[in-house]
Ligand binder design. Structure first.
Ligand code: HEC
Length: 126
């Protein structure tokens, strides 16, 4: 093979490597944002509440002030549910309460103490 050909090939191989690297970095950034972005938007939560809402992935469907999968935390706060009532609703959701939303999957493993922390925070929002 002529030297010129080899050089051209090397040139394009390097180009391609660089291109690949840039694409991968973008992809990783995007994936990270996707994984943690919702958590960032849902900020403004005391750490003990954040811990619970992360543990049960509440933040992937509820964020502070816009509709994602479920109603925003602010919309939920409007309902002024007591901790006891919210505990029941999380374990046995009543999709009829939010007609234009998909039904929330029940989360039976959450404890009443955990729900109380979330409910106290929610009820103090407005
Ligand atoms: C997979 C998405 C998803 C997750 C995870 C999720 N929710 Fe929901 N949530 C929804 C949707 C959708 C609704 C509205 C429809 C419904 O109530 O079934 C809702 C409704 C609610 C309501 C209102 C219930 C009512 O009847 O008015 C509360 C309170 C609530 N969620 C709290 C939580 C808490 C706290 C967590 C975490 C422990 C959580 N959600 C996790 C999607 C989710």
């Amino acid at each position: 093979m002529r030297t010129a050909d080899r050089n051209t090939r090397r040139f394009f191989a390097l180009r391609f490597q660089r291109f690949n690297f840039v694409c991968m970095s973008r992809f990783i950034l995007f994936a990270l944002f996707f994984a943690f972005g919702n958590g960032l938007i849902a900020q403004n939560m005391p750490p003990e509440v954040k811990k619970i809402t992360d543990k049960y992935a509440c933040n992937s469907c509820h964020v502070l002030d816009k509709r994602v999968v479920g109603p925003s935390w602010k919309d939920l706060a409007q309902k002024k549910y007591s901790a006891k009532k919210m505990f029941k609703l999380i374990r046995e959701p009543q999709p009829g309460n939010w007609p234009d939303y998909p039904p929330m999957a029940p989360i039976p493993s959450i404890s009443s103490a955990e729900v109380k922390l979330v409910a106290d925070w929610l009820n103090g929002l407005n």
